[in-house]
Design a protein around this ligand. Structure first.
Ligand SMILES: [Zn+2]
Length: 323
């Protein structure tokens, strides 16, 4: 059963990243500009901190909103070091056998993508999402997402930190841990088992293979017909898989599929398209290890999809404008 205070040492981390809404690079839509972290002891006291600024390679102009929220300047970024150097420092600072903790589920996929883009090793397993655990233990459901500062207020916890920077947010998350730990211990058995299932699913999602690919297509129906584009690679071995249930529109143009890797079993795929300025579609695909429930419910959704008259389906595929 899940418990925060396991044998592993806890490192709480937080990232700041930059982006470009005009010329995004689909291999790395969010570029990390700061890594902040703190290490806590078994009583969740902060015993060490890590804070380093990264000089961006892709997006050198700081997004206005990010500048306002963090107070980071472009001058400061230019003084930073490369992602590869800072991340190597971070790994050394963490040491071996640590359990990472974050607030929210966004940081880990961004970290993975940045590591892949800069071709640096990525030794970390998915973190514990303190926001999700807090929701499950203190707010009555894992889907309850409260932002960090609202959560601190909710629990009447005061942390004296100057600004919204990565290392301070990591310290604020650390300040939440004693209350979260206590609340998890107080959960009844059913709720705790449900939390375990959510954690299992989130871990599988965090280990997803993500693929974003610009296409030459204007209509989703054309993209769906492109076999090569529709292929799902196994998130564990990267090998080609075969479809158990082919891609279908599960409603609102969110596509689902089930594929099978001969070595690693069933894989759950989700996909959507976004239209770029040129009018063509970019495909966004996610694939992760599926459990039996997901396989069965997706097969059932597909069965219902096949009962929808094809004319209506075609209409939904080709006529709707993307948002
Ligand atoms: Zn595989």
């Amino acid at each position: 059963m899940f418990s925060l205070s396991q044998d592993r040492r806890l490192v709480v981390f937080d990232l700041e990243w930059n982006q470009s809404s005009y010329t995004p690079n689909h291999r790395m839509p969010h570029e990390i500009i700061e890594i902040g972290a703190c290490r806590v002891d078994e009583d969740y006291n902060v015993v060490d901190t890590f804070s380093q600024v990264i000089c961006p390679r892709l997006y050198k102009k700081l997004d206005k909103h990010i500048r306002q929220v963090t107070g980071i300047t472009e001058d400061e970024l230019r003084g930073g070091r490369s992602f590869a150097d800072v991340f190597a420092d971070f790994m050394r600072w963490c040491g071996e056998d640590v359990q990472l903790v974050t607030w929210g589920r966004d940081d880990y996929p961004v970290l993975k993508r940045n590591a892949a883009f800069f071709m640096t090793p990525m030794p970390f397993e998915p973190p514990v999402d303190a926001q999700m655990v807090f929701g499950a233990a203190c707010l009555g459901g894992a889907h309850q997402q409260m932002n960090l500062h609202a959560a601190l207020e909710h629990m009447h916890i005061e942390v004296d930190v100057p600004a919204h920077r990565a290392v301070y947010d990591a310290q604020c998350t650390a300040a939440m841990l004693p209350a979260i730990d206590e609340a998890v211990r107080a959960m009844d058995e059913n709720k705790r088992a449900e939390l375990d299932r959510t954690i299992d699913r989130e871990k599988r999602i965090a280990n997803s293979a993500l693929r974003s690919q610009p296409t030459k297509y204007v209509y989703q129906s054309e993209a769906i017909a492109d076999e090569k584009l529709m292929n799902i690679a196994c998130p564990r071995c990267g090998q080609r898989t075969r479809f158990d249930t082919p891609w279908f529109d599960s409603g609102r143009e969110k596509y689902l599929a089930i594929a099978q890797c001969p070595q690693h079993g069933m894989i759950y795929g989700t996909m959507h398209f976004k239209r770029v300025q040129s009018g063509t579609l970019v495909m966004h695909q996610r694939a992760y290890a599926a459990n039996t429930d997901e396989v069965e419910s997706t097969r059932e959704k597909y069965r219902l999809y096949l009962l929808t008259p094809p004319k209506k389906r075609h209409h939904r595929l080709s006529m709707k404008q993307d948002g």
